[in-house]
Design a protein around this ligand. Sequence first.
Ligand SMILES: Cc1cc2nc3c(=O)[nH]c(=O)nc-3n(C[C@H](O)[C@H](O)[C@H](O)COP(=O)(O)OP(=O)(O)OC[C@H]3O[C@@H](n4cnc5c(N)ncnc54)[C@H](O)[C@@H]3O)c2cc1C
Length: 443
Amino acid sequence: MVIAPLRETNPICAFARNYNHVSLAPAMQIKKLETPVIIIGAGPAGAAASIFLTKHGIHHTVIERAVFPRDKVCGDACSGRTTQVISKANPAWLDEMRAMPHDFQPMWGMTIVSPNGKSIDIPLATNVASGMAKGFVVPRLVLDNFLFEKIASPFCTVYQGAKVGEIKREDGKVVVWMTYDGEEYEITAQLIVGADGDKSIVRKHFQGDDENEKTTAIGLRAYYDGIVGTQSTFIELHYFPEIPSGYFWIFPLPNGKANVGIGMLSSVVREKKVNLRELMLSTIKNNPRLSQRFANATLQDKILGWGLPIFTTEIPVSGDNYILTGDAASFIDPFSGEGVGNALYSGMLAADAIKLAIEQKNYSTAFLKKAYDDVFYLHLGPELKQNATMQRIFGNQWFFNLFFSKADKSKSLREVISCMFTNAELQKQLRQPWFYIKVLFNR
Ligand SMILES: Cc1cc2nc3c(=O)[nH]c(=O)nc-3n(C[C@H](O)[C@H](O)[C@H](O)COP(=O)(O)OP(=O)(O)OC[C@H]3O[C@@H](n4cnc5c(N)ncnc54)[C@H](O)[C@@H]3O)c2cc1C
């Protein structure tokens, strides 16, 4: 990793900084540094922000709590938006990924199974230029490390294994106190990017909200080997009756392995006092559509859980001197639960907004709203809102069954559903209640 020089403003400080109380410890040196931009977190959102800042020639500092390669609890399924952003960063990186078939499983589509067992295949659009699948499934341990390695540049200074102690806004700038390798740092910047995921401390500092309200869904992930009946190129989403407001997934990985998991709205988990782990294991054991398929399958690792801050409505995602990206901004798709593509996309747009802000020396709420929030919501707002509507509509299992039963008998409706993630005109119709009324009464 190339470490870009940072400007040391005052390397010697007479007193140790203790974050919570006055310290009588012996005098300790605090390194004072200045950089145009600080990114907290180096997952997909932070990596994209860094990669595109480098493309814009803007110096920045990335502060990451973990040490890469690190795992992230996830379904590991990445659709076209992920490949779109990676290709924009550098098309050759997609070729590198394709040259790792032991890690990257091409994904050609998804199979959605309704609570009453009717299934529909939804192919994903093909990358016309390459004739390759647009999506893939890849363990996040691999994908995130792949992206993390790409942020190395003369414009980027990275601290991994670092602990952020405090964030403050002072004199129109942001100051971050950090402990890294046993040393204390005080880093000042014009802008800070919150790319620190579901429990974002940047969001908490600037928006002061309660993390429970943000973590709107919860999911568990497990790796299995030897599940039978899996089409290796289609991911499976099962909306079982015993999983209200959520779904069970099987996402095939290379070499006969699969990412298996369950996700539900946190409010329902709390209200019904669901033990998600027990529900997942009992579904695998007892559901007639799964039990035979898992009869000889083996669990490869621990079952792990994490929150999904899903998009509910357009909220401010920037303000004076800060921008939120990815999970820190609750950009997870409400219908599919996908967040990697949107995290990458928002990181890319954050870098574009930062370029404008630096050029115009304007880091205000009003400027960043126009340069970032409005641009993000212009591009992805309609899709996220549509999928929030679909999440509510298909959250009703009676409707879901009726809709899929109709589709089971109607080729044209099956084709409509197959195109719903790729056809922009159709997506507009899907936002209108009359579309569903027409489907139910006319077909
Ligand atoms: C069970 C489950 C299944 C999912 N399945 C899918 C799926 O199949 N497909 C999909 O696209 N999405 C899926 N998602 C969502 C996806 O995982 C997230 O949307 C995605 O990881 C968001 O990326 P991010 O960069 O915003 O945050 P993260 O990936 O969470 O990265 C945040 C980074 O910030 C670092 N960090 C956190 N706090 C600090 C701190 N205080 N200081 C410094 N660094 C910090 C973390 O170590 C981490 O590296 C799933 C999520 C869950 C929980």
